[in-house]
Ligand binder design. Structure first.
Ligand code: SR1
Ligand code: MG
Length: 418
């Protein structure tokens, strides 16, 4: 199998094809007749198998040469597995214990064998079910701060940053999905778009708002040119797996060097979509659960800010804002840090607004809203989400604290826009 031409795995052929990989047999056992293989991929792009054996279980993830969600009419390079592997190994060392362990990688087969996270569940499912996760904000805020800081010119030697920028700039076709589906398609009648019936008046407001569209394009320019750090690139609630008290970040195949606030923006948007969709997922304890979600947003920022500031003081060894210019001169770098954090916050809000739009208007909607079968009930909730997204894009400079951000979400949650 190892030297074979690429071929997608199936439940049937997987044991025969992978039986000679020692890293795998050491973890699940050598007798392939005792293996149980299940395909569990429910994402938009890849094959994901659980392989269970007498000795243990692992995940086998294989890229397909096309977008699974659409079919082979949309080809997609297999090389994304290589970038995912490289992202996972960096995240593992920069944000300890927050990503699955990688046991084996095969470039020809676009295949990664990694830790089976159990009893973890996809966070999006937990949010739809109304389940809370202890420490969620802390883990995610620290993950974002650690990966942002430690992948950048604030911390790494600049030769390493430049070489990683060059490496990840090879990941062209996958971030191109973001370039199209996230930053452009929501704002005109693009081919693959769809939206819930009843949303036409809101769509008209958004698509005719020239100021907002211009701001979206300014943020797109930042995304494409401000290569601050190695971002996960697709940090939504489907890329996080949790138990009731532990969270792990998975699936960084959209990895790209991008602005500091990009991952946080995507993440916040997915919490806001969970928040706005709640009225159709539960009646009991609705306010309590919605408040919990909002608390996760503000605590994630708090934890990001705290960890980023600690790293600023302890690990600022890169070429940017050097200690030689500040501390070593007896000068405080606090103002510089504050300026940077303010900039990250502002961009986070902008990216957040755009992600809130694309998940309702472009391809690849999310289950938070899609599970609400009755479109008459779904549309008004999506309208709140879309209108808040617009406000975030238009007013990101004026929303200067997480308290203001939460107030805004509460205000839009009461809104009737249709
Ligand atoms: C065609 S891929 C659609 C979406 O799925 C991924 O998870 C990314 O979010 C992408 O935009
Ligand atoms: Mg994914």
């Amino acid at each position: 199998m190892i030297n074979d031409k690429y071929e997608p795995l199936t439940i049937k052929n997987l044991p025969q094809r992978l039986k000679t990989i020692p890293e795998l047999t050491a973890l699940v056992g050598i007798d392939i007749n005792s293996w149980k293989v299940e395909e569990i991929g429910d994402g938009n792009l890849n094959l994901v198998f659980i392989v269970k054996g007498p000795a243990g279980s692992v995940i086998v993830k294989q890229a397909l040469p096309y977008v699974r969600l659409v079919g082979d009419s949309w080809p997609l390079p297999l090389y994304r597995a290589y970038f995912e592997y490289n992202a996972l190994t960096r995240q593992a060392s920069r944000a300890k214990d927050t990503v699955p362990k990688v046991f084996y990688f095969n470039n020809d087969q676009a295949l990664i064998i990694m830790e089976y996270l159990t009893p973890h569940k996809i966070l999006r499912e937990k949010l739809i079910l109304g389940e809370k996760v202890e420490n969620l904000a802390n883990t995610l805020g620290s993950f974002c701060a650690n990966t942002a800081f430690r992948g950048s010119d604030l911390s790494l030697d600049t030769t390493e940053v430049k070489s990683d920028r060059a490496l990840f700039s090879g990941n062209v076709a996958i971030p191109a999905i973001t370039e199209g589906l996230v930053f452009c398609d929501p704002y005109f009648e693009a081919e693959m778009n769809s939206h819930t019936s009843g949303l036409a008046p809101i769509v008209e407001i958004l698509r005719s708002d020239i100021e907002m569209k211009s701001r979206v394009q300014h943020l797109f320019r930042l995304y494409s040119s401000q290569q601050d750090t190695m971002c996960h690139g697709d940090l939504h609630s489907g890329s996080i797996m949790c138990t009731s008290s532990e969270s792990k970040v998975i699936d960084p195949e959209f990895v790209t060097y991008a602005p500091f606030g990009f991952d946080l923006g995507m993440l916040f948007a997915n919490f806001f979509m969970a928040f706005f969709s709640q009225p159709e997922h539960r009646k009991e304890d609705l306010a309590t659960y919605q408040n919990w979600i909002l608390g996760v947003v503000s605590d994630t920022w708090l934890s990001f800010e705290k960890q980023f500031s600690q790293l600023w003081n302890k690990e600022r060894t890169g070429m940017l804002y050097p200690k030689t210019m500040f501390e070593n001169q007896g000068h405080s770098s606090e103002k510089a840090l504050q300026g940077l954090l303010n900039d990250i916050w502002k961009n986070t809000l902008g990216f957040c607004g755009i992600e809130m739009h694309r998940r309702c208007l472009s391809l690849a909607h999310n289950a938070d809203f899609e599970r609400i079968e009755d479109t008459k009930l779904r549309a008004p909730l999506e309208a709140r989400n879309l209108m808040m997204g617009r406000e975030l894009i238009l007013k990101s400079e004026k929303i200067t604290s997480s308290a203001n951000l939460l107030k805004l979400a509460e205000k839009f949650n009461r809104g009737n826009f249709l």
